[in-house]
Design a binder for this molecule. Sequence first.
Ligand code: ARG
Length: 282
Amino acid sequence: MQPDLATIPTSERQADRTAVHKTVLMCRPDYFTVSYRINPWMHPEHPTSTPTAVAQWQTLHDAYTRLGYDVHLIDPIDGLNDMVYSANGGFTLDGKAYGALFTYEQRAAEGPAYMAWLEEAGFDVHVPEHVNEGEGDFLVSGDAILAGHGFRTTLESHDELRSIFGREVVSLRLVDPAFYHLDTAIAILDDENVAYLPKAFDDASRAELERRYPDAVLVGEEDAAVLGLNSFGDGRSMVIAARAKGFERDLQARGYETIGLDLSELLLGGGGVKCCTLELRR
Ligand code: ARG
């Protein structure tokens, strides 16, 4: 017997969730390795496997292709271990791109490399004056931009963002070193809702999140510990870390389709699904 749709809250009916077509930029981890430590997840004393990283990254690439996304690729550069984390390569919206200016010198050369790609792809590129790590710390939520600061991206860059895009920019302060980029602490589910790890934010930011998203999915320690929030979706399907079981159940209960992947090798660099994804918005 078919369930009576009228008895299921509208917000939880999968059939009501529609996918927004996505265009993303990715970078194959051909030169991925962990040889320095710029976040607590990285342990240069432990070996990593580049072929495993490439194979796992390929599963993400294939998942996006199956979802019908347009996937663009930027050439990896020898010596730039972290270039696979394309989210940090910049921020795009309305055909404009705000370039990245990295905190650590080990990643500095990625800024110009991504800006050159974005320019070539037709974006109106704004060269940054202030340190910011792109979509790792800037996320679009409806008409607003959620902007992280505290570890990498500076508060000054939020003003730059505001003046380039003319959107509301909501500054959120990150306080837990394990969740050093906004996209490790909060996931965009669709235009209206988000999922987040409350303890990753200071009190004022948490209050702001509670006010804006009364219906948010609150993620627990276990899921956060596998970077479960570092996920990406189109409003209907969410690509997440397969090990984030609690988050998976919560998403399914709200009518999202989940696609669980194992990106454990890339987690050794401190990144997951979302880190490997830079959304291109024309
Ligand atoms: N090793 C990289 C770093 O520490 C990981 C970047 C993860 N990216 C992200 N968007 N959270 O910079």
